[in-house]
Design a protein around this ligand. Structure first.
Ligand code: IPD
Ligand code: CA
Ligand code: CA
Length: 270
């Protein structure tokens, strides 16, 4: 199977799911998972469209997806990782920062990625080793060198118990960088670092939030890693805890700043 064929499939399915979620936004059916996490009927419908499209072409492939297969193991040779709607809260509140995220991993390494925003008509994509594109035009991250000029995005979990620690990080970033954005779609935050609209991003997320976007970002020259070292034996491309993506000159300074914030938080607690 060549990456170009897989890329064409991912692109086609992202557009198909995009049309469906745009159509369903006129008749929203909102529910709450575990009492707090918002989900709509469109999340499930988009997941089903993408799933059916993949399995009809590649019946042996495995799928990890937020709504229909969130617990599937990630160690299979051919793995698709899907967030049918990233930015569901935005979607339900009629904000435009919403995306469908589809990644294909071969033996644990991202090969093909599509992050499609049907409301702004923007499709970010990448193929491993060949580059990253926005609406088929090549993209490159910003050349920002100075933390004081950096615009940094982050997000906050539905589950609230880590908020005090995240506020400590936020205080450090707001003090040392130009400003902060909370745009509501992790996949698009990362793609926006890839195309130079942002200089960095950090958050704890699930694999489907960043699997596609991290390839797009790396192919656009962004550095990807984690605030703290990833435990031995784990695949960093699948570890969503404390991820950082930043333009090359700012990756280490941002990582150090966030490590210091965590150390300060830990010392205040003890
Ligand atoms: C969420 C968004 C948000 C991030 C959350 C994610 P969802 O995904 O990416 O920006 O802060 O951590 O869960 O729920 O809209 O798919
Ligand atoms: Ca998501
Ligand atoms: Ca989602």
């Amino acid at each position: 199977m060549d990456n170009q064929t897989l890329y064409d499939v991912a692109l086609q399915l992202a557009r198909q799911a995009g049309e469906e979620i745009a159509r369903q936004r006129h008749q929203l059916d909102i529910q709450f998972k575990q009492g707090t996490e918002l989900v709509t009927q469109a999340d499930v419908a988009a997941d089903q469209i993408i799933r059916d499209g993949i399995l009809s072409r590649f019946p042996q492939h495995q799928i990890l997806s937020e709504e229909l297969a969130p617990d599937n193991p990630t160690d299979s040779e051919h793995l698709w990782i899907i967030d049918p709607i990233d930015g569901t809260v935005n979607y339900a509140h009629l904000h435009p920062q919403v995306a469908i995220s589809i990644a294909y991993y071969h033996q644990g390494e991202a090969q093909v990625a599509v992050v499609h925003n049907p409301f702004l008509n923007e499709t970010f994509s990448a193929i491993n080793g060949l580059g990253a594109w926005l609406n088929q035009q090549p993209i490159q991250c910003a050349a920002t060198q100075d933390m004081r000029r950096a615009l940094i995005a982050t997000g906050f979990p539905y589950e609230k118990h880590d908020i005090p620690k995240l506020i400590q990080r936020l205080q450090a970033v707001l003090t040392q960088c130009a400003d902060v954005r909370r745009l509501g779609s992790a996949a698009l935050d990362i793609c926006w670092v890839a195309c130079g609209r942002l200089d960095g991003y950090y958050e704890t997320v699930k694999p489907w939030d960043f699997a596609a976007a991290q390839l797009i970002a790396r192919e656009a020259g962004v550095q990807f890693g984690h605030i703290h070292p990833v435990a031995e034996g784990l695949n960093p491309q699948l570890v969503g805890e404390n991820i950082i993506l930043a333009v090359p000159a700012l990756f280490s300074p941002l990582q150090q700043l966030l490590q210091q914030a965590d150390a300060l938080f830990a010392s205040q607690k003890s």
